[in-house]
Design a protein around this ligand. Structure first.
Ligand code: B16
Ligand code: MG
Length: 214
């Protein structure tokens, strides 16, 4: 029986994944690298520094740690500018209804985002009180696909990982959920999220009747 549902943020609750993409694309272009949507799939769910290293490897570019930290900060400054305009209306359709319906079934609700900007996004969306626990990128040592973030969320919720269900849009996130011993619904394309127990196109498409039969 599922006793807790843990949501990823970027790409599951709101399309901040798009803002990450355009900020990385802008940075990559400064190195003559054309970032494509296919490359972007590799960046979803992984940390800021790991994302930068993946991009630099596309252009066979080697930089010092200090240079990489400056570039990661530059990308983050752009990302923070982009997200300041986000509004509660941008929450994906059906997400808040899904959370309310889970609550009615006494299911605990968690958020597990690799993003260090997740608290600001949650504040702008006004949804902090919808979650029993909020885990962000500042609270973990290992980024997805490591299971640390989901295990911490389950611990905070007081639910055994085997009774948790994760919603994820990133391949690295699906792997992290499975490594944590949790069920996982992939949000996106089956070709990218094939390791999930079920793949749906949009978070709001989830049928609650499927909750305990994944
Ligand atoms: P930041 P999620 C992840 O958030 C994003 O998917 C990923 O693209 C990003 O690099 C990572 O957060 C770190 O974000 O630079 O804001 O700390 O999908 O786990 O909610
Ligand atoms: Mg995501």
């Amino acid at each position: 029986m599922i006793q807790a549902v843990i949501f990823d943020l970027d790409g599951v609750i709101i399309d901040t994944a798009h803002y990450h993409y355009i900020a990385w694309k802008r940075l990559a272009s400064e190195f003559g690298i054309t970032l494509t949507p296919a490359h972007n799939e590799l960046l979803k769910g992984v940390s800021r520094m790991r994302s930068l290293e993946i991009i630099l490897s596309l252009g066979n570019i080697a930089l010092s740690q200090e240079q990489k930290e400056l570039l990661a900060e530059k990308k983050n400054t752009w990302f923070v500018e982009y997200i300041e305009s986000i509004r509660p209306e941008e929450i994906f359709p059906g997400v808040l209804d899904l959370i309310q319906n889970l609550r009615k079934r006494k299911i605990k609700i968690g958020l597990a985002s690799s993003s260090k900007n997740a608290p600001r996004v949650i504040e702008l969306l006004g949804i902090a009180r919808d979650f029993d626990t909020l885990i962000d990128g500042t609270m973990i040592n290992q980024t997805k696909p490591d299971p640390e973030i989901f295990l911490l969320a389950a611990h905070r919720l007081g639910v055994d990982p085997t009774h948790c269900l994760v919603f994820e849009d990133a391949e690295a996130g699906v792997e992290a959920a499975r490594a944590a011993g949790m069920k996982c619904v992939g949000v996106g394309q089956p070709s990218q999220l094939g390791k999930a127990d079920k793949v749906i196109a949009h978070t709001g498409d989830f049928n609650l009747n499927d909750l305990n039969s994944l």
